[in-house]
Design a protein around this ligand. Sequence first.
Ligand code: SF4
Length: 224
Amino acid sequence: MNCQEHHITELFKQYVGLQQTLLIRPDTAQQHAVNCCFKRLLDRFHRETDVSILLQALPDPYFPLGMLEQTIFADVVGMRFFINKKRYDLEPILGQELVEWAGAFLRIRQDIQTLFDPNTVTCIPVDGTRHHLPSGQWCGLCGVCCQIGGVPPDPPANVVYPDHWLGFLAGETLENQQLCPFLFQYFGEPLYFCAIHNIKPLSCLVFDQKDCRRRLEDRGLHGS
Ligand code: SF4
């Protein structure tokens, strides 16, 4: 690629900023800027199937743009190492991870519609309407507890997950999973919720306020 062009990480972050603002405050005057930015990002993908997946997934009001910005597209800072996500040699991998992520999101979104009741599977009906999220609970919906590589995919009693969810939950399907693919975002806000909250795996069900505090003290390796 031409090194004078914007890096895919920059293009993705620009799109995230504009799209989240648009979702929070719908404004037709801003739609054009978002579309232009989205097109610049999509131009980096050359397979029609990839473009089609991204076109469907990224504008979805539940797609976790903010979380992908904080994980896949965030630098990694360790004690003795640093991974700069604006390295040009990482562009193909980042692009592929974005497509895989978007594909998993669409599949889960579809499963929720067809295999479960989208009105009750999670804390709000996932019907594209701004239903009020639950409030007055200890969980602040920051989503940090779901920045994980996988969980044991054991469902609660009387629930059967489709086979392909087992790999999504266990972190065995998506390459380099850093975030649970069942985590959805609420209309561009920094608010995240489990798409299968009412049928989530047993290990997620037992996660409590003490675990939450511990998790926030140890937030991992991602930088900006
Ligand atoms: S299944 Fe739900 S609660 Fe469990 S890690 Fe995934 S998003 Fe979080």
